[in-house]
Design a protein around this ligand. Sequence first.
Ligand code: FES
Length: 233
Amino acid sequence: MQAATAHNLPGIQADCGGLMTCGTCHVLVREPHASQLPPPHADELAMLDFTATPRQPHSRLSCQITRTPALDGLTVDLPATQYQCLVAQVFPVSKALASCMMSLQMRLILQTPVPSLTHADSNRLMQPNTGLQMILEIADIRIHPGQQAAFEEAIQRAIATVASTAKGFEGFKVNKGIESPERYVLQIFWTTLEDHTAGFRQGPLFPQWRAIVGPFFAVPPVVEHFELVAKSD
Ligand code: FES
């Protein structure tokens, strides 16, 4: 990806700069090198579900291909199209990278019998400067129109049967958009950042999670993590 962007190669947008949140560096790797590449990890596979041109057998995100001597002569074909900037199609925003990052998102709904965070727990675990702060994951989700009811059932099922079983899962909230009815914001509290980024995202639960909620996504969710600064009593 870096080689392509450094030489202004048309067809590889790479809007996120390699953070695996845009899917605009999609390439089709030719043999014999396709079989020599390390297999894609869960995050790359998930992102390949959202490329503008549907995934093909040798589809890869070029930002995840590390150049090595063994890959000398690597040849890729470019897909028929790449997104110009998913967010720009959704929001009338400007700056390509910032806009794309903010626009590729997801969000969720509440009401679930699954582990939810109590106010007491929140106070205990999220007091600043106690060394007991949890990490807040926020995912901004945009789903296909008309699928709200099915998505809300699916996201609660995915929390109950998958996410809540992950190590470090502390609780969650899901909110749906009022002005934007296809938009949801999911908040999940994790004991540590690594509980989400490594334990969950790179473990066997993530494919199960995406199998349930992924089909509803109109664009890839954008996920970021936050630490507490201040809160109400
Ligand atoms: S550059 Fe965005 S996913 Fe590869």
